[in-house]
Ligand binder design. Structure first.
Ligand SMILES: Cc1ncc(C[n+]2csc(CCOP(=O)(O)OP(=O)(O)O)c2C)c(N)n1
Ligand SMILES: [Mg+2]
Length: 372
């Protein structure tokens, strides 16, 4: 269990419901303390891991960060169109969680899906080409940012309806149990999805039927421009699980090792006893909701203060201080990651657009008659 303070309902109580003033930026000393606490927690845990595992966690977080920065740049020059939701600030959540599962386990998430896709083993080329709407993208250029899929890797998307993936993932977990496998399903969603009926229906069935599904709420504290305090009566999301007799944990999402360890406990419960878990992983998105968000609902100061606890920087600093990685090795990692991302942009640029005939493939209703 993380040492980070649990969210309190006090602001909502004081300024109740509609028209509340957005939460004040947290106090400097408090953030510094939290950052030190994460670092010292991480350092204590570093010795539990071999350096190869730790370096791979760092590399994946760095790849996602550089990939997302490049996506923002390519979006702003018009190479990427449509919706584009970036994951910067939340990297420790998907990297920590996916490092606790096997290759044949399943992952489903929302439209904020680039991180999960990369951590599940999809290539930067396939993801960037999809963002560019090119035929070589993982969904043949027809899905775009919100629909990263690779069935062969167990990456089952990329879903645009808030909370829509929660019953779907519950169904996948049902299917694996029915088939007698010991696979588990990780289902990621934002905290705003918790207010959807589908969340509650799914948790009820998963516990009743004992399904190996791990529900991971990425609580980044905002649903578009609405803060959690303005939208949810009980903001302590992990406390919703006991209503279904489900196990739950509150986890610090800025600490990749804390996420990995909580997910490992949930995976064990799912694989051995077919039991579901709800993990509330507290995080923060450093960018707007999507590329078109002007971000007027929170202050620059609030963002900067959370950036003090940047999961990538804190983990990198812990690794350097504990001499698990040297400056030179880190620079080398940074160069390789940047090359991989640059390669993905060239690959996407040079790839063809989907052929016009592709309009008639991969659709549910077949055959579609073309009117001449
Ligand atoms: C059913 C439904 N309602 C509304 C929307 C519009 N919408 C898109 S994202 C979003 C906010 C979701 O926030 P959260 O679940 O916290 O995820 P985050 O974006 O923070 O990752 C909303 C309301 C939608 N896509 N689907
Ligand atoms: Mg959110």
């Amino acid at each position: 269990m993380s040492k980070q303070a649990r969210p309190s309902n006090s602001k909502a109580d004081e300024k109740s419901a509609v028209g509340v003033i957005e939460p004040d930026a947290p106090d400097d000393a408090q953030l510094q303390n939290e950052r030190d606490a994460v670092k010292s927690d991480q350092k204590r845990h570093l010795s539990d891991y071999d350096s190869k595992t730790l370096i791979e966690l760092l590399r994946q977080m760095l790849l996602i960060r550089r990939f997302e920065e490049k996506s923002a740049e390519q979006y702003s020059i018009g190479k990427i169109g449509g919706f584009c939701h970036l994951y910067i600030g939340q990297e420790a959540v998907c990297v920590g969680a996916l490092s606790a599962i096997r290759k044949d386990d399943y992952v489903m998430t929302s439209y904020r899906d680039h991180g999960q896709a990369l951590a599940k083993g999809m290539s930067a080329d396939a993801v960037m080409a999809e963002l560019f709407g090119k035929a070589t993208g993982c969904s043949h250029g027809k899905g775009g940012s919100m629909h990263m899929f690779d069935k062969s890797l167990g990456m089952l998307g990329g879903h645009g309806i808030v909370g829509g993936q929660i019953p779907l993932a519950t169904g996948v977990a049902f299917a694996t149990k029915y088939q007698g496998t010991d696979q588990v399903t990780l289902c990621f969603f934002g905290e705003a999805a918790v207010n959807q009926g589908a969340f509650h229906e799914s948790l009820n069935m998963a516990q009743l039927w004992k399904l190996p599904c791990i529900y991971i709420c990425e609580n980044n504290q905002y649903g578009m421009g609405t803060s959690l305090q303005r939208a949810m009566s009980l903001q302590d999301i992990s406390k919703k699980a006991p209503a279904y007799e489900m196990a739950s944990e509150f986890v610090d999402g800025m600490d990749v090792l804390a996420v990995r360890e909580a997910t490992t406990r949930a995976v064990e419960r799912a694989r051995k006893d077919y039991l579901p878990t709800l993990l509330e992983i507290r995080t923060y998105r450093f960018m707007g909701h999507s590329m078109s968000d002007p971000g007027n609902y929170r202050t620059r100061a609030e963002i900067e203060k959370y950036q003090e606890r940047d999961p990538l920087k804190v983990f990198m600093a812990s690794m350097l201080e504990e001499k698990i990685i040297s400056d030179g090795e880190y620079q080398d990692m940074e160069k390789k990651v940047r090359d991989e991302v640059e390669h993905s942009v060239r690959f996407a640029e040079e790839s063809p657009l989907p052929a016009p005939e592709e309009l008639y493939t991969d659709v549910y209703a077949n055959p579609i008659e073309r009117k001449s």
